[in-house]
Design a protein around this ligand. Structure first.
Ligand SMILES: [Zn+2]
Length: 231
């Protein structure tokens, strides 16, 4: 068991009494306004791999949100928020990944490839905020899918072998969470279109000897989701 890691209350919280240490499952976390947050999955290998991925995500997306696992027992999910947690290193809000979602997707994916694509989607939301895109909800989600597709191409090229098809297939068949709500995220078909488009444009350019910058990918992603008829 790791020593208790104290995460201080959100600066927004008026009183310390709203904030308490929490121990559930095998994890030790802290209850905040953002839910019960954990710095660790209490598994050194998962923590190490996660940290590596977060570093590559930050280098790729040029954002540095704080990151926590959180208690998603009310419905497996992950999210990106502009909120910050006091004393957590963050210049770009916070990304949270559900403990339940992580466990489910680790079981489903060889080498955990499903985790990076979800993280990339959440980091893409952080990017959208930083660029001040203000897209309508569904387009914002599809934009994040486009960037996640682009990320998976460069991840495979520069970071780690990536089972692209498994990750893409898993991404829109994730069961009962808001990843699969068409009103919120677009239909599985549209999501698939955007993820693959993000991947394919990067792959085509790469084959011709060019590599896109983040600005390029953001512009292409925004243009794609706002000019195509996506449901
Ligand atoms: Zn999203």
């Amino acid at each position: 068991m790791k020593p208790l890691i104290v995460i201080l209350a959100l600066s927004l919280l008026p009183a310390q009494s709203m904030f308490q240490s929490f121990k559930g499952c095998s994890l030790t976390g802290t209850i905040t306004e953002m839910g019960t947050l954990y710095r660790s999955m209490d598994d050194p290998e998962i923590d190490r791999v996660t940290l590596e991925e977060l570093r590559f995500l930050s280098a790729s997306f040029l954002v540095k949100p704080a990151f926590f696992f959180y208690d998603d027992s009310e419905g497996n999910n992950a999210y990106s928020t502009p909120q910050t947690v006091k004393d957590a290193e963050s210049v770009d809000g916070t990304v949270c990944f559900g403990v339940g979602l992580h466990r489910t997707q680790m079981k489903k994916s060889k080498g955990g490839t499903n985790i990076p694509i979800i993280l990339a989607h959440e980091f893409a939301h952080t990017v959208a905020r930083k660029y001040g895109l203000h897209l309508p909800t569904k387009q914002n989600e599809l934009f994040a899918d486009y960037l996640a597709g682009a990320y998976m191409f460069y991840r495979n090229q520069r970071f780690k072998p990536t089972d692209i098809d498994a990750a893409f297939n898993a991404f829109y068949s994730m069961g009962d969470n808001d990843f699969t709500n068409p009103d919120h995220h677009g239909t599985p078909g549209s999501r698939n279109t955007c993820i693959r488009q993000g991947f394919n444009v990067c792959q085509s350019a790469f084959k011709q000897g060019s590599v896109f910058t983040l600005n390029d990918v953001v512009q292409m992603g925004e243009s794609f989701v706002t000019t195509h008829d996506l449901e």
